[in-house]
Design a protein around this ligand. Sequence first.
Ligand SMILES: [Zn+2]
Ligand SMILES: [Zn+2]
Length: 899
Amino acid sequence: MKASLSEREPLRLKKWKEKNQYQKIRATRRGQEKYVLLDGPPYANGEIHIGHALNKILKDIVVKSQSLNGKDAAFLLTWDCHGLPIELNVEKKYGKVGQKIDPTSFRQRCREYASSQVEIQKVAFERLGIIADFEHPKLTMDFSYESNIIRLLGKVIENGHLARGYKPVHWCLDCGSSLAEAELEYKDKISASIEVKFLAENASAVAEIFKVKSSLPTSMIIWTTTPWTLPANQALCLGPEMTYVLIEVNGQENVLIAESLMEKVLARGKIQEHRVLARAMGRDLESLKFLHPFQARSVPVILGDHVTVEEGTGIVHTAPAHGLEDFEIGKKYGLPVENPVGENGCYLPNVPEFSGVFVRKADELIIERLRTSGALWSHFPLTHSYPHCWRHKTPLIFRATSQWFISMDQAHLRRETLAAIETVNWIPLSGKARILSMIQDRPDWCISRQRVWGTPIPLFLHKTTETLHPETLKILASVAKAVEQGGVEVWFENPRQFCSDENYSPVMDTVDVWFDSGASHFCLLEHESVLQFPANMYLEGSDQHRGWFQSSLLSSVAYRKVAPYREVLTHGFTVDDKGHKMSKSLGNVIAPEEIIKTFGADVLRLWVAGVDSRLEMVVSMSVFQQVAETYRRLRNTLRFLLANLDGFEPSKALAYPDLLGLDQWVLRRAEQLQKEVRASYDSYQFHHVVQKIHYFCSIELGGFYLDVIKDRQYTCQRESLPRRSVQTVMFHLLHTLVRALAPILSFTADEVWELLPGNSGELFAATWLNFSEMSGLKIKDESIQALMHLREEVNKEIEILRAAGKLGSSLEAEVSVSVDPERFALLAPLQEELRFALITSSAQISCGENRIQVKVSSHPKCGRCWHRLETVGKNSKHPELCDRCVQNVEGSGEVRAMV
Ligand SMILES: [Zn+2]
Ligand SMILES: [Zn+2]
């Protein structure tokens, strides 16, 4: 059997497109209950990879299976179109803004670039067999979407969640921008680990607290792995309840460190001789002053509970401009947050000795400076986990900047978000704990970026008081209206048109792209008539707990205090057959295109459905070979059923009570299969769908039913009841299977649908098959179970004879079985027709001890049905036929009840 999927699928796609299939399906669902899956936007940059394909196919399966339930399930495709990666690509081609290109043309190029990327990805998604509204993709750069981002921002401000702060944020020197938590990547980095002496301004004041007499110079020792932050040092922080020791070293100087870290610090400083002079508690040392090691100023001792004795010296170098904890404690002590590092990563002109030095180059210079002045206590390389930019893979710095935040605690956002999490069904449940802990621990959400290509944060700040313009909400509304007409450009080109008061200046930041995409609950769910708020389903990779699921949740709760989704389904990630993550650098990437070219999109879809997507999913050509085998089994079953419907019309279908016993049973099994498949779809266990259909096709149909009914198909009269009965069942089986498979094997199912008598309208507009008229049964399910069991036993015996060369076909065998009374009661209704079920020329059954006898028949073979029967040769007109064949050829046809 040759499916040639890679050639035939594109033709079917063309057909779907030509008849505008998506809209046709939609038309059949108007007014029905909605099922809303909201597509999380992929970023409009580059070719799609296997992860994209997996995600979109899963969504397509959900949408199609909900449509089978009769729901009105729209599928809008979305794309994330603002932000840095697009800027970088435009920069590569046209140069940096302000150098070779003006901001307006730059934004225009960004728009064009994003559109081109959307087109590339759209074609690739369409090839997967996704049925969605490809004509109307929803882009975060659509004017309507952009304007609604601004409107949502207005709601968030109105509800009191916006905060402005001068705060240290993760800053990428290469992006020249702050980064969101979701944009960080922790990787090992080798840093310079140094210990530095801060000389006491007044050594005798220290000696006094320790109650010792010493006139030696006295220092505190701090530890840091970021020497470049030393210019921003504003304090030395001690643990209030920790014990500190004053130690005389080498008879030359005194140093002050935490007692429990003493040995290690002395060892690192290679100290030969030391003498502990005295001890004191951290709290007694507060407000002593020490001299900055290379700047002409002194810094105070402060106390903080975050000081630990795990590593370092027990004295924390505090630079409020470069660290969150330092910033918080600095606020408490009123320390200046002077940030010596500019946006370009170089020290500002007012930084003595190092002005203009790039911070990545600064460590070396500062260490040398400390060494020369004798302030360097120790210096070692240290490998530690350190935040890097997810795009540039370069280490980040913490840099205090003026930024806009969605505050987690102001106006109770954290509390309300935690409550909203409880209302959502997280699948799998582990996702709930993940997002709960993320929300519990997360800092305020920094939503401002210093970028060119993005949605503005169109605010006006008072030039001296730095307060928001009193008409802020009105201004936002008018900006939103203008953006709806002309895009974000209208703001950037002339912000003054929205507020002419010269006392206020416009904020020129853009909003974090995660706010853009997270806003889709407002921009799409609320504003697209085919959708509704909240969504039934958000479905993405499990990394989105810190990305889109979270940004959507926070902005939704900030707007209306509820989650934007009822269910969140996550899937895992793809790995190669050695368990390695797929990456370009490892060279183990298999593009969806390659799989489709080799096997066809339906095989890719079958793989997506067949793997347990909650776990890591292995992608390799050999895995796809196996999936292709499964595909062939399913396709063969469909083909066999179709082939046997030749000449059948739905009007010829028999009613359930008229069907033969075995046919009734298969129909009941089909109904049961549909029930189970439907439940598996509804609980998003698509691998169970595949397993169940595959089992049904290969074991119950392929291994039993279709084997048994061949005799009836080929020997009974064309229009006879036994043949009509089996064709009726095949017709219903096809209608069951084609529906059950449609969400997964969309191309193949649609191909079958076209050839299937009794189809009406579009396959993807169909609902589940109605099995309602099945009452009464000629044979019990238990009898069929007993029969299948008996068949196995008999076949074993036949196999022995065959191995011994005594017979070829099972029709050469005559079987005589004796079974216990319980089994006899089950098998007795088959009686005369047992031989057809066992595919032997004769089968006698009696009640007694369990025993099976198989012998080779001595009767002649009927030329028509190949059964070996006594009656062959008895009819002079048809000497080559058995009696039932004679009856089928010129009589009224044989009668069958069960098999
Ligand atoms: Zn970066
Ligand atoms: Zn015959």
